[in-house]
Design a protein around this ligand. Structure first.
Ligand SMILES: [Zn+2]
Length: 148
């Protein structure tokens, strides 16, 4: 498992945690009752996300991807994704699912700062490279990002 809390919370991290906690209140989880909040930092813009469930489970979207998709919808995904915070009511700090890890990796790269927490306030700070080693990226996409 990746190292725990190897870095300290920055003021930016704290702002993300506040936004993620607030976003969690908007979670739509009528079936699982498992509410998740996220906050993504694109440039200097914080974009919140929450999980959204539907009667057809396959249509459910996680908080982390909701935040990233909202960033595209709001036109702020042109800025680099540098940090993501995630919160849920879990015994250990919440951890993104595989699909979210891929999306986060593609937008933020291996150095993306990830702040994981739970409603009790336990915090784990890590980097994307620890959550998704050797993540998939199309070379063309990577080249486009390097130009930007
Ligand atoms: Zn997910």
């Amino acid at each position: 498992m990746a190292a725990r809390k190897t870095e300290r919370l920055t003021p930016s991290d704290r702002a993300l945690l506040v936004a993620a906690r607030a976003a969690r209140e908007h979670a739509h989880a009528p079936w699982s009752q498992f509410k998740v909040g996220a906050a993504a930092l694109f440039g200097d813009t914080i974009v919140p996300g929450c999980n959204v469930e539907f009667d057809v489970y396959g249509l459910t979207n996680c908080a982390e991807r909701t935040a990233v998709f909202a960033a595209f919808a709001h036109g702020v995904a042109t800025q680099p994704l540098t940090a993501m915070a995630v919160i849920a009511d879990t015994p250990e700090p919440a951890s993104p699912c595989g699909a979210c890890r891929q999306v986060m990796f593609e937008c933020g790269g291996p150095e993306l700062r990830v702040i994981l927490t739970n409603t009790r306030g336990d915090v784990r700070i890590t980097r994307m490279r620890n959550l998704l080693p050797d993540g998939f990226r199309l070379e063309k996409k990577a080249a486009r990002r390097r130009k930007a």
